[in-house]
Design a protein around this ligand. Structure first.
Ligand code: NAD
Length: 311
């Protein structure tokens, strides 16, 4: 049974994802610390609860979409958290779509499996957890075209697929607990490094006398082509409809990129893998945030780090 969905974290992403679940006909109950956003939902007739534990009491499945590991741990294991009812835990499935470190996803998965269900459900005797971070950003969350990368028990993934497809256009099963989170941070580290590479190439190219539009044509028909050059170009005026053409407004905030790179670096350190580019990218994005650009789209690295001048 997946009918009653509890949704926690109604920010830029979560509010839109919850809206798509409501549109798809699920009975959604929501919670957020922000009372203004809760009010907006309750004014539309959506059931709201003041505590995560109250959400757990009335839901078959819980979805969390929170900023970072600390917030996720707070909502699951804190006082009045989702797991505070211990072995009377009701929901049989917990899905965390936040971008967090794989180690925390794995710890939570174990904590959830350890909670025995009072009432035995159809599929499992114990509740299960899926880590299911997304790619696609706010526009995709709005349009219901996110991609979910999912770690955890495969049967749970298959059972939850229709739920994912109410909020997204595709789902990829990544393997055991924590593998969705691992996939997400690896994708974002590749995205950060390629954005830095493209920005560096444009900075040098322009200084050597090549126009940004010519260099874009060259890269996009040559081996330097990548998402940062052909879909999300960081140079203002080269492409329409991307953050660089609207003063780096909207898009994927630099502070979220810095957070993801911190997670990638900490994970790499934990497993003893060398990640020199992650380390360098982390420094650059942290510096951008420290200089007050944390809310700007991460492609603003071209303006603030490379050209060093305001346009
Ligand atoms: P956001 O900051 O806009 O929203 C987070 C929401 O969680 C806020 O409404 C906040 O009030 C709420 N919250 C925080 N702590 C809480 C708690 N203890 N209890 C209840 N509610 C709490 O963040 P977002 O942009 O929606 O991103 C959410 C997650 O999705 C992040 O992990 C982010 O890295 C990831 N993500 C974001 C994007 C993007 O483009 N914004 C894209 C992909 C993935």
């Amino acid at each position: 049974q997946l009918e009653r969905v509890g949704f926690i974290g109604l920010g830029n992403m979560g509010s839109r994802m919850a809206n798509n679940l409501i549109k798809a006909g699920y009975k959604v109950t929501v919670h957020d610390l922000n009372h203004n956003v809760m009010k907006l939902f309750s004014e539309r007739g959506v059931l709201t609860k003041d505590l995560p534990s109250e959400i757990a009491e009335t839901s078959d499945v819980i979805i969390t979409m929170l900023p970072s590991s600390t917030h996720v741990l707070d909502v699951y294991t804190g006082p009045n958290g989702l797991l505070s009812s211990g072995n009377r835990l009701r929901p049989w499935l917990f899905i965390d779509s936040s971008t967090i470190d794989p180690q925390t996803s794995r710890k939570l998965s174990v904590a959830i499996s350890n909670c025995a269900l009072k009432e035995k459900k159809d599929y499992w005797e114990t509740p299960v957890m899926l880590d299911a971070p997304v790619s696609g950003g706010v526009l995709a969350a709005e349009a219901g075209t996110l991609t979910f990368m999912v770690g955890g028990l495969e049967e749970a993934y298959l059972a939850a697929k229709s739920l994912f497809l109410s909020m997204g256009k595709s789902t990829i099963y990544c393997g055991g607990a924590g593998n969705g989170s691992a996939a997400k941070i690896c994708n974002n580290l590749a995205m950060a490094v390629s954005m830095l590479g493209v920005s560096e190439a444009f900075s040098l190219g322009q200084s050597l006398g090549i126009s940004a539009s010519t260099l874009t044509k060259i890269l996009n028909s040559s081996s330097g082509r990548c998402w940062s050059s052909d879909s999300y170009n960081p140079v203002p005026g080269v492409m329409e409809g991307v953050p660089s053409s609207r003063n780096y407004d909207g898009g994927f905030a630099s502070k979220l990129m810095a957070k993801d790179l911190n997670i990638a670096f900490a994970s790499a350190t934990e497993v003893g893998v060398k990640c020199p580019l992650t380390s360098h990218a982390k420094k650059i994005f942290t510096e951008l945030c420290n200089h007050g650009h944390g809310m700007e789209d991460f492609s603003c690295v071209f303006r603030h780090y490379y050209s060093g001048k305001e346009e």
